[in-house]
Design a protein around this ligand. Structure first.
Ligand code: PLP
Length: 401
């Protein structure tokens, strides 16, 4: 008998498991709206033109080698990533108060930040929004933090539960860590307004709560890299500490390259350099050092004016296509006279619509219409096209009537 005979089968990941089920479906009309990956109007994955150009340049550069990167990754990449999220003129960067390390996309960057906090921060409780991306509680728990939630979404308005959020953060213990989605909150698509962010900032600073931003969709929400970084920047502008995990999966389409960054903004350059020295001790036994290819692509694009500009145009085109899909789905439901208020489809922001469909309705749509999505009713708008909107609208209509 196997020495592993007593290993019990684990359930599929609630998000990636949707794709597993989709792949098994043989129907020609099947539609995967589960995982948050951008698709073209033809339903195909997209490699950005500017990414292809950068890769070509890297291939042609005979001086490039495949040596190990330093523990914290590619220096250029780290500097440019910090500038991208905090702004080119950020005083925190100019004063050398920021340490940035390359991470394995957003997930790996969150994990490194969490491991650092569990070892070196005095208050090991992290508040995450209710609901949030399904991986958040697991990442923080396994790193050794204690996870609590704060109210975020109000199903009755399909909007922000702002009062609940303020109450819950207001009663959090001094110094607690707070996970904030920098923009395009996943799964709800509901973000605070700038005025609300300002109130959140004031409350958090007055209680000494430590902000940890998850920035997985910069540029993907509004189409503007700067607009989507506003929340982070108002926190950095007050001179206080914060952490930020960045991902280039969505906004550069580098999903499988696993490229991201963790920045920790400190009050002094001396503290920042000590923090960096400890981040190395977190990373070295975990994966030694990060992969070189994705970070080289990103650095090539970020440091060249023309390529950066080309990227912003391609990014805006992706964001705009998603916004168009929102309008088309809303119009399709309106023209079918589907009961209920569906205006949240056009109000929500980013890659996902939190439809309000329940588990049974989702199961019905999968069984009868071969449409795959997470059981909380979240659909990836980026997986939708003009051709597939009518099919989805038919399915939603049938599910709610
Ligand atoms: N954070 C949020 C809110 C996300 O939605 C995602 C991806 O779905 C991530 C982080 C991390 O993704 P990745 O590790 O692929 O960068």
């Amino acid at each position: 008998d196997s020495v592993f005979a007593n290993v019990v089968r684990a359930p599929e990941d609630p998000i990636l498991g949707v794709t597993v089920a989709y792949n098994k479906d043989t129907s020609p009309i099947k539609l995967n709206l589960g995982v948050g990956a951008y698709r073209t109007e033809e339903g195909k994955p997209l490699i950005l033109n500017v990414v292809r150009r950068a890769e070509q340049m890297l291939v042609n550069d005979q001086s490039r080698v495949k040596e190990y990167l330093p523990i914290i990754g590619l220096a250029d990449f780290n500097k440019l990533s910090a500038k991208l999220i905090f702004g080119a003129d950020s005083p925190a960067i100019q004063e050398n108060r920021v340490t940035t390390v390359q991470g394995l996309s957003g997930t790996g960057s969150l994990r490194v930040g969490a491991e650092f906090l569990a070892k070196h921060y005095h208050q090991r409780t992290i508040y995450i929004p209710q609901p949030t991306w399904g991986n958040h509680p697991k990442i923080f728990t396994i790193a050794g933090l204690s996870v609590k939630t704060y109210r975020y979404y109000d199903p009755s308005t399909r909007g922000l539960h702002f009062q609940g959020l303020l109450e819950d953060l207001g009663s959090a213990p001094t110094g607690a860590i707070v996970l904030l989605h920098a923009c395009a909150h996943n799964p709800t698509g509901v973000d605070p307004t700038l005025e609300q962010w300002e109130q959140i900032r004031k409350l958090m600073r007055s209680k000494g709560l430590l902000p940890f931003f998850d920035s997985a969709y910069q540029g993907f929400a509004s189409g503007s890299l700067d607009a989507d970084a506003q929340a982070v920047r108002i926190f950095v502008a007050d001179g206080g500490e914060c952490l930020a995990a960045q991902s280039y999966a969505k906004n550069m389409g580098l999903y499988g390259e696993r490229v991201g960054a963790l920045s920790i903004v400190c009050r002094t350059a001396d503290v920042a350099s000590k923090v960096e020295s400890q981040l190395k001790l977190v990373i070295r036994p975990m994966y030694s050092n990060p992969p070189i290819h994705g970070a080289s692509i990103v650095a090539t694009i970020l440091k060249d004016r023309d390529m950066f500009h080309e990227w912003t145009i391609e990014l805006k085109a992706m964001a705009d296509r998603i916004i168009t899909m929102r309008q088309k789905l809303f119009d399709a439901l309106s023209s079918r006279g589907t009961p209920g208020d569906w205006s949240h489809i056009i109000k929500q922001i980013g890659m996902f619509t939190f439809t309000g469909l329940n588990t049974e309705q989702v199961a019905f749509m999968t069984k009868e219409y071969h449409i795959y999505m997470t059981s909380d009713g979240r659909i990836s708008m980026a997986g939708l096209s003009s051709k597939t909107v009518p099919h989805l609208a038919d399915a939603i209509h049938a599910a709610v009537t």
